[in-house]
Design a protein around this ligand. Structure first.
Ligand code: SAM
Length: 337
């Protein structure tokens, strides 16, 4: 009996930790008495109750997207996938209104319905500041959406994509084939690994570095201003960083982070887009450069048109208008320029 109890104890303990890690984080001490008491208590409820308590995620009828002012509830039609990888809890939900959506650690990543807006805006805006061949690095973005859009430009000669989690790539290939469609393109090279370590060890230089990262946990160090200094070492002379920043609002605390990063670069510009499925309805990207004067650089629109790129949201007019913010936010941004 002791062995049976031990087996049961360990089997369920690992399952419980997987679920709890996403809620309370890695820093929690599973060895302490309070945790053991809690664990024994739910074990004593028997297997079906144990699963009911722990597996609540699979029963959720709504996915909640918090905004600054209220919560959005997306009704879930079906839970297609819900598994903790080595790094994060990855969920794929099927919904009526937004199609399939990807959620990581409870945080909404994209929906089939409007992923094109995010991916087109994050890829085409920076690329159009370049007339020559481009060597690009994508950190994060394992779903493949930024790579797909970037590879529509024939002057992209190579993309290195570094994502920490091979499960995101696999899940995207299985559930989001339209987003991950570029993985068989020979110009795209996938590395599974931590973006920080890649940046510290590579000898390559890049014209565009795209930071398409999650907002929490294993991406925290890559949102720190010191990381941006490290990026400079792997940038070509005329280069740009594009960063998925936040959904900026008047009272956004993130504006303070911008002022810290801005000190290290000569030019910084934010641009905005409308994405209904993201909390707040808008999303802001940031461009950083030491050599490209983003605001004043004339874009060769004839070159862009000659590429015959298919897009649903991005256009030269949208590009130019995306740098215009509501007055109150414009005033805030102006203070850090
Ligand atoms: N579109 C998304 C959004 O709205 O935030 C982000 C897309 S993408 C799914 C985010 C990716 O960042 C994930 O696949 C995750 O594995 C990756 N990631 C997080 N931390 C990382 C790190 N330290 N190095 C490399 N990739 C990382």
């Amino acid at each position: 009996y002791i062995n049976l109890i031990d087996d049961e104890y360990n089997k369920n303990l690992n399952f419980l930790k997987t679920k709890l890690d996403t809620i309370i984080g890695d820093s929690f001490d599973y060895e302490n008495d309070a945790f053991n008491e809690f664990y024994l208590h739910i074990l004593s409820k028997g297997e079906s109750n144990f699963n009911k308590i722990i597996d609540n995620d699979y029963k959720k009828k709504y996915h909640v997207i918090p905004t600054y002012n209220y919560d959005l509830q997306v009704p879930i039609k079906e839970h297609l996938y819900n598994k903790k990888s080595e790094y994060q809890l990855i969920s794929v939900l099927d919904t009526d209104k937004l199609g399939k959506v990807l959620v990581i650690d409870g945080d909404f990543q994209f929906s089939e319905k409007d992923e094109h807006i995010y991916h087109e805006m994050m890829a085409h805006v920076p690329i159009n500041y370049f007339e020559n061949n481009i060597n690009k690095l994508i950190i994060g973005g394992g779903d493949g959406g930024i790579a797909r859009e970037s590879l529509k430009h024939n002057n992209i000669i190579k993309i290195d994509l570094v994502d920490i989690d091979k499960e995101v790539v696999e899940v995207s290939k299985k559930y989001f084939p339209k987003i991950s469609s570029s993985y068989d393109n020979p110009k795209l090279e996938l590395t599974i690994g931590d973006g920080m370590k890649f940046v510290e060890s590579t000898n390559n230089k890049y014209d565009i570095i795209s930071l398409d990262l999650t907002d929490y946990n294993q991406s925290d160090d890559l949102r720190n201003p010191s990381f941006y200094k490290k990026l400079k070492k792997i940038m070509t002379e005329k280069s740009l960083i594009v960063w998925n920043f936040t959904n900026i609002e008047e009272d956004s605390p993130f504006i303070d982070i911008l002022s810290k990063i801005k000190n290290d670069f000569k030019y910084m510009e934010c641009y905005n887009t409308t994405i209904q499925s993201f909390g707040g309805g808008t999303y802001t990207f940031c461009l950083l450069s030491d050599t490209i004067d983003i605001k004043n650089k004339k874009i060769d629109w004839n070159l862009y048109k000659s590429k015959n790129i298919e897009s649903k949201y991005y256009s030269p007019k949208i590009h130019l208008s995306s740098f215009i913010f509501p007055k109150s936010i414009e005033d805030k941004l102006a203070k850090i320029h």
